[in-house]
Design a binder for this molecule. Sequence first.
Ligand code: SF4
Ligand code: SF4
Length: 339
Amino acid sequence: MQDVYFKKTNTQDTNELSKIAKQLFHKIIQDKDIKLEKDAVIKVHFGEKGNETYLPANIYNELITYLKENNSSPSYIETNVLYRGARTNRTNHIKLAKEHGFTQIPILIADGEIGEDYYEAEINKQFFKTCKIAKEYQKHNQVIVCSHFKGHIVAGFGGALKQLGMGFAARGGKLAQHSQMKPSVKPEKCILCGLCVEKCDVKAIELKEYAVIDHNTCVGCAGCIAVCPQGAISHDWNATNFQERLMEYAYAAQQNKTNIYISFLINITKDCDCMGEKMPLITNNIGVMVSLNPVAIDSACLDIVQQESKQNLFEAGRNSLKYAEEIGLGSTKYRIIEV
Ligand code: SF4
Ligand code: SF4
């Protein structure tokens, strides 16, 4: 059973949340006698252009100060995204991060200019024998993985495990996780608005009597599903084993690491921070959690969000946790230490 440190708060004040994160981080460092690495890296998500619910830059201020006070020189670490947008290549990614205020410390884009820098991590699991993990990540034994706990159109609710599985996959690894998805359009729902065509990087969609997807060209990025205002595009997600694939990548990214996980249960939405739009919240802010295990912290976050929101949205997240536990990423059993 893993310990999960938790501070309950419904504050919206991100300076206050920053102090809480530092307090919990300090406690776990002391309690578990953790030695911080000299070049600490903080895994974050810089937020998509137009998105308003990603964790803002100032939420990391206290953690950064703490690391510096403890003889570490921290950097942010992140990888490029699969879909077309402001975070598709390193140059634009760093530019957007700075526009979003992430100027306190250097930024490392771990998979190179366009996702070409990776190493093959051997895992020998059901769906992947090896995984393409961002190369820069290999240099760091200890990463402080900061997550915004929220939903995702395919993976369901999660935080730490998604940051590991998708967040450290190089572009080819992200593609490998999505590659089985081949969405289809329900003709009766399509209003021919063309938003899916604009979103599709590989030009797999053509407007005919309705939007038609060429499955030979589609790479399964799910971008069209995210933008369709009619909910006309769908896929049989169960047939793709996406959650299992994501968890195998999380396994690859976690192996041989002594990471520390910080999860913020604030601005909790049904979809993720890659959506370039404002989204409704499903519950009030809940607080901050810190743990040494990604399965335990996601399990604790999921339980409390389900309890607080009283909504029926959590099956996909539970499936991911179950598989993560099965393949040896950690235990869903946890002990909350309220601070
Ligand atoms: S058709 Fe949709 S899922 Fe396929 S590549 Fe284009 S945007 Fe991505
Ligand atoms: S975004 Fe949806 S409604 Fe618009 S063209 Fe594509 S499938 Fe049709």
